[in-house]
Ligand binder design. Structure first.
Ligand code: CP3
Length: 355
């Protein structure tokens, strides 16, 4: 394997010294980029991009080619590949987000769900990882990812996106054994899926618990965090002679950072509702932090973006352990020039915080 030319992302996740604060953007390969929209048109649709390793590699590389400041690549795929591989029949209705042909509503539905084999059932993802690693040729590390069991369960029970997670929460309170069985199957699936990605070449992994923040404090512990802890304890933590850092990102999890920091991961993702300096004081030396600029700041002018980047860097303060990112995905309406201004500001303004 080629040696990494830029490893500041991996170093910051492990709180090792860096020259400047590393940066990447959630959803960095996406619709705000004209070159992404062109590739998607060529492939036909979003899932065809994900399922063809050459296309997945092409769109993964697009933001890196445009922005030399990016310190990490993220596998181009989706969290819903697992429910699809369990037989739910994922499809995307234009402008409507993800949908499933089958929904999960009873204990019998859940008992019948298979646990996907990453190589047999999700081989296209493993191939995308190895294709991207080859193409990166050591430029920056590659991040693999999965959804959290709770977040995946909401899509499987609701049949798509949801505002209130009504069916999933009804199951949680009326039929917790059924939901626990579903979450347990998902935790097993996610563990082997992420281990497959690591063996195929992912150098760090992130678990997206996008909807964990919608749970009550007690339900979060029992129905989301417990399963992420289980996954983390089953992950391969060293590969190719290097640590493989694990990042947990619960959107809306700011009130629970102390307990998330105890789940065994190396780093926590933060949305923009918490102050990163305060978060750092709360988690202490246990974990690194990733985040946390409000993605809507990117609608503002470059000078305003730069001010906000400076404010977040100052709040985190001196030393390693911070990976700069947005607090959630970049949106399709963002001007690519503004994303560039954001990335440049992170490197330019952060040198003063490192020795
Ligand atoms: O970050 C990256 O660049 C890697 C690619 C990536 C995608 N989805 C591509 C995508 C990642 C890491 C994801 C994760 C994902 N997918 C999450 C967790 C992160 C988060 O945003 O909280 C979730 C909840 C999903 C489920 C999902 N996929 C939804 C709700 C949608 C539709 C919403 C939307 O933004 O339109 C998708 C589709 C999707 N996944 C797109 C992309 C680039 C847009 C599809 C398109 O091109 O039309």
């Amino acid at each position: 394997m080629t040696a990494l030319k830029n490893d500041r992302f991996l170093r910051a996740l492990l709180k090792q010294p860096v020259d400047v604060t590393p940066v990447w953007m959630m959803r960095q390969a996406g619709r705000y980029l004209p070159e992404y929209r062109a590739s998607r048109a060529k492939a036909g649709d979003f899932m065809s991009l994900c399922m063809n390793p050459e296309f997945a590699c092409e769109v993964t590389m697009q933001p890196l080619d445009r922005y030399p400041q990016l310190d990490a690549a993220i596998l181009f795929s989706d969290i819903l590949t697992i429910p699809d591989a369990m037989g739910q029949g994922l499809y995307f209705e234009t402008g409507e987000g993800p949908r499933f042909k089958k929904v999960v509503s009873t204990m019998a539905d859940i008992e019948a769900l298979p646990i996907p084999d990453p190589h047999k059932d999700l081989g296209y993802v493993m191939d995308a990882v190895s294709t991207i690693r080859r193409e990166l040729n050591g430029r920056v590390p590659l991040i693999g990812f999965s959804g959290s069991p709770w977040t995946l369960a909401t899509y499987m029970v609701e049949g798509g996106s949801s505002k209130d997670y009504r069916k999933t929460k009804t199951m949680l309170y009326d039929n917790p054994q059924a939901l626990h069985l579903l979450l347990d199957k998902l935790a097993q699936s996610v563990t082997s899926y992420l281990n497959g990605q690591i063996m195929a070449g992912a150098q760090a992994v992130q678990i997206f618990d996008s909807w964990g923040g919608n749970l009550s404090a007690a339900a979060y512990q029992e129905f989301s965090l417990a399963y992420m802890r289980k996954i983390v304890s089953g992950l391969i933590r060293e590969h190719e002679g290097r640590k493989v850092p694990v990042i947990l990102f619960t959107k809306g999890g700011g009130l629970w950072l102390e307990s998330i920091a105890d789940a065994g991961a190396d780093a926590l993702g933060l949305d923009w509702t918490c102050d990163i300096g305060n978060a750092r004081a709360r988690v202490g030396n246990k974990v690194a932090l990733q985040g946390n600029m409000d993605p809507t700041v990117l609608y503002a002018k470059p000078e305003a973006i730069r001010t906000e980047v400076g404010r977040i860097l100052a709040s985190y303060g001196k030393g390693s352990g911070h990976v700069f990112n947005l607090g959630h995905g970049i949106t399709p309406e963002v001007d690519p020039e503004h994303a560039g201004a954001f990335l440049r500001a992170v490197h330019e303004l952060s040198a003063q915080y490192h020795e």
